[in-house]
Design a protein around this ligand. Structure first.
Ligand SMILES: [Zn+2]
Ligand SMILES: [Zn+2]
Length: 319
């Protein structure tokens, strides 16, 4: 499986790793685009509280957010793309289903795109690099949107025969892949049905649909896309990687550990991305639970010797 992760690497060692420092304008633009729409959403909460939003909506949104986010982070990403652990058949299918319910596309296409991202990270061929258009503020603003959302509107499809032959050969996964339209309907309707049943009202079904289906999907979309955009632009780079991936702590909880993205690019098959002290990684914790249950085996936990070799500073843990 790992062989599919390393097609010819177009490395250019003559190029420096960093292209200077970001200007204050660039940093400001990133923050503006990332934060303001979220603030607007948060401002809507007190306005709606008591008539169009209640604890049932919050509870359902949190439940479906956690289920689908972990389906993507533990399933699509760490298991299917990178083989960070082996999963038994039930867990494998369950993870594929849960990830599909995040509405980020069917599993095989997701994995093919992401393997291509690692193969060409921040270079020609990367499906979503914020550095695609250059390093000026205008180029970075354009690149930010390309990496965040714009890349999905391009017409070229990553070839799954090249990037995900292992999944094409797995009948279970091909079946889940084909069920994607049905799983999309399920992920939108299930919260509404539950909200209606719990409150025994049509209004409860409607508010649950709004918050636990639409808003929940939108928030997870932006968090996932932020790993592609923000986590290749802003943050720390404690480990040596061939690309510009960063660790961005403000997204650690919402992304369930995926925003420790510099560490991930330095050590892509590792089951834990938050490897330094205090770096919370909920996905890694869930893999640990699966391992204890005996559902996950051959977990590639990060090895201190390997991390020490990858560290850019002598010992990042002392930093
Ligand atoms: Zn990346
Ligand atoms: Zn990855």
């Amino acid at each position: 499986m790992t062989s599919t992760l390393t097609p010819e690497q177009p490395t250019s060692t003559a190029e420096p790793v960093f292209a200077g420092q970001k200007s204050a304008t660039e940093t400001f633009l990133v923050k503006l685009f990332a934060v303001v729409p979220f603030l607007a959403l948060i401002a809507a909460v007190p306005l709606a509280w008591g008539w169009g939003l209640g604890w049932v909506d919050i509870g359902l949104a949190a439940l479906f957010y956690s289920l689908t986010c972990l389906g993507v982070t533990v399933g699509f990403h760490r298991h299917f793309t990178h083989g960070a652990f082996k999963a038994n058949r039930g867990l494998r299918v369950g993870l594929a289903v849960a990830g599909s319910m995040a509405m980020q596309g069917p599993v095989i296409g997701w994995v093919a795109d992401h393997r291509r991202h690692h193969a060409y990270a921040d270079r020609e061929g990367d499906p979503h690099s914020p550095w695609r258009y250059g390093t000026s503020p205008a180029a970075l603003a354009k690149g930010f949107w390309h990496a965040h959302m714009g890349w999905m509107f391009e017409r070229e499809k990553t070839n799954p025969k090249r990037f995900a032959p292992d999944l094409l050969a797995d009948r279970d996964i091909v079946a889940v892949d084909r069920l994607f339209p049905l799983l999309t309907v399920a992920t939108l309707l299930a919260p509404a049905v539950l909200g209606g049943l719990i409150t025994m009202s049509w209004w409860g079904a409607l508010t649950a649909f709004f918050w636990a289906s639409l808003v929940r999907v939108a928030v997870l979309h932006h968090v996932t896309w932020s790993v592609n955009s923000i986590c290749h632009l802003v943050g720390d780079r404690p480990f040596e990687a061939r690309d510009k991936a960063t660790n961005f702590w403000p997204l650690a909880i919402l992304s369930m550990g995926e925003s420790w993205h510099n560490t991930h690019h330095a050590d892509p098959t590792g089951a834990r991305h938050g490897v330094l002290r205090g770096q919370i990684d909920i996905s890694a914790r869930l893999i640990w639970v699966f391992e204890k249950l005996g559902w996950a085996t051959k977990v590639r936990w990060p090895k201190p010797e390997r991390l020490a070799k990858l560290a850019r500073t002598p010992d990042p843990r002392s930093a």
